[in-house]
Design a protein around this ligand. Structure first.
Ligand SMILES: Nc1nc2c(ncn2[C@@H]2O[C@H](COP(=O)(O)OP(=O)(O)OP(=O)(O)O)[C@@H](O)[C@H]2O)c(=O)[nH]1
Ligand SMILES: Nc1nc2c(ncn2[C@@H]2O[C@H](COP(=O)(O)OP(=O)(O)OP(=O)(O)O)[C@@H](O)[C@H]2O)c(=O)[nH]1
Length: 440
């Protein structure tokens, strides 16, 4: 389930960080490819009433010192409008209304996204006289909070959570394959999506009953139903500066969470970057199927070994997903673009595949005969029985005598044997051990 995104926008010194730290849970830092970009203070995972969400501190952008406050705030507001589900606009309740607040309010009023106007530093129950000026911003009733001593935060969080979009998952039929197109800015995500959607057999559907801007693109291809997840920011080209990069990563992460199959798009002229590795790692951990799509293949000067060199490099850098098929495409010339949906359908089936318990145990039994399970201090790992307990991703539980003896390398070996026998192409496989009770 995708987590909603909340962005906090406001002038420097209004107390965004203080607010953030009050609400923040664990922070995740994002690897940057560009030097000189503020590294932490980007976003955090938080939770209210058991509803998890992601909070972005747009104050984290301090691109260059020449920038005046106002232009920075405009950028913050743009980023918030582009990426967030709910925007918290924070003003300084102690200082009162400023011209810069007016300016940002003008921008925020134009978005259809919910905006909550919050006056921070209202440390006592009595509202300051200047408080009423905030009504002039045209963003509805200001809420008074004090981040420093925690006043009003619960009420604010209630209001934020109440404005989260309804989850869209339910509106797609069971057999719809959800596809996230992920990757860095400019690798050609929108070009690939638009090329696929322009294909003859593809019919883009309407989403019924959605009130906010549609963020997904559902379509059919022949008999098969698909939806490209969270395409709003991708298909509509954003003209936001370079700093959008790290926020686009956050969007990628939430898209991955909702998807069945991820298309990890890599720019052939750049190869696999650190950012790609990070995003790919997330898809892997989340148990999603992945296809690696190397785009812009048209601009690469090729000889007979070029493709193999690329494959080797990708396998080296993304060694944790050797299961992911690699496609070399060009959105520009349409080379091999038609293979993408075929591959999506194939790996989606692999992702949902269930194998018979009898066959699985034959494979495991044979594997242990070929390569004896490890032993330690005279005790040998015994494998009693294996069963598949889940799909999307396929999950196996193996009953054994002693978990201590089940080393990573042997698990890897068993995984390989399972793959040799059944395929499971494009999908990670989860293997869990259970100690069989009462035995030895
Ligand atoms: N009285 C009072 N002071 C506060 C409150 N919240 C924050 N402050 C103070 O306001 C100052 C600025 O707070 P920050 O949280 O750093 O503000 P910021 O908006 O993150 O500022 P930038 O990092 O410049 O974007 C600090 O001195 C805080 O202690 C509050 O609720 N009441
Ligand atoms: N030569 C070549 N250029 C391409 C190809 N695909 C995309 N481009 C160009 O690469 C640039 C970026 O393409 P987009 O499709 O906008 O990339 P994106 O990943 O959606 O970018 P963001 O919206 O910033 O995330 C554009 O100038 C495209 O024309 C390709 O296969 N070959």
């Amino acid at each position: 389930m995708a987590k909603p995104i909340v962005a906090v926008v406001g002038r420097p010194n209004v107390g965004k960080s203080t607010f953030f730290n009050r609400i923040a849970g664990k922070r995740i830092s994002i690897v940057e490819d560009q030097p000189g970009v503020t590294r932490d203070r980007i976003y955090t995972e938080a939770e209210w009433l058991n509803i998890p969400f992601t909070m972005i501190d747009t104050g984290g952008i301090e691109p260059d010192t020449k920038d005046i406050i106002l232009s920075q705030m405009r950028k913050q507001a743009e980023i918030a409008i582009e990426t967030a589900d709910v925007i918290v606009f924070m003003v300084d309740g102690k200082e009162g209304l400023t011209a810069a607040d007016q300016d940002v309010a003008n921008m925020l009023r134009k978005t259809k996204k919910p905006v909550l106007l919050v006056a921070n530093k209202v440390d006592t129950k009595d509202l300051p006289d200047t408080f009423y000026d905030f009504y002039q911003l045209g963003l509805g009733e200001p809420m008074a909070i004090s981040s420093a001593n925690g006043l009003g935060l619960g009420d604010l969080l209630d209001e934020i959570v109440a404005r989260f979009p309804k989850q869209q998952e339910d509106i797609y039929e069971e057999d719809t394959i959800k596809v996230a197109v992920i990757g860095k800015p400019n690798v050609g995500k929108s070009s690939i999506i638009n090329t696929i959607l322009g294909e003859e057999r593809v019919i883009v559907s309407d989403i019924a009953g959605t009130t906010r801007d549609a963020i997904d693109t559902p379509f059919t291809h022949g008999e098969d139903k698909y939806v490209f997840i969270d395409t709003a920011g991708i298909r509509r080209k954003s003209r936001i500066n370079e700093n959008i990069e790290k926020y686009s990563v956050i969007r990628s992460l939430t898209a991955i969470e909702r998807a069945d199959v991820c298309l990890l798009v890599i720019d052939a002229s750049e190869g696999v970057t650190e950012q790609d590795t990070k995003i790919a790692g997330y898809a892997h951990e989340q148990g999603k199927a992945t296809i690696i799509v190397v785009n812009k293949w048209d601009i690469i000067e090729k000889d007979t070994r070029t493709m193999n060199r690329y494959i080797k490099d990708i396998r080296d850098r993304l060694a944790f997903m050797l299961y992911a098929p690699i496609l070399f495409v060009s959105a520009k010339t349409k080379q091999r673009i038609h293979q993408i949906l075929e591959m999506v359908k194939f790996v989606s089936n692999q992702h949902a595949m269930r194998v018979q318990t009898g066959m699985l145990n034959d494979v495991i039994g044979e594997a242990t005969l070929l390569n004896q399970p490890p032993s330690d201090k005279g005790k040998r790992l015994k494998i009693y029985y294996a069963t598949q307990t889940a799909v999307r991703p396929p999950k196996f539980i193996i009953f054994i005598n002693d978990r201590e003896l089940a080393h990573f390398s042997y698990t890897r070996y068993l995984e390989n044997k399972i793959r040799e026998a059944f395929g499971f192409e494009g999908t990670p496989i989860w293997i869990e051990y259970r100690e069989k009770g009462g035995d030895e």
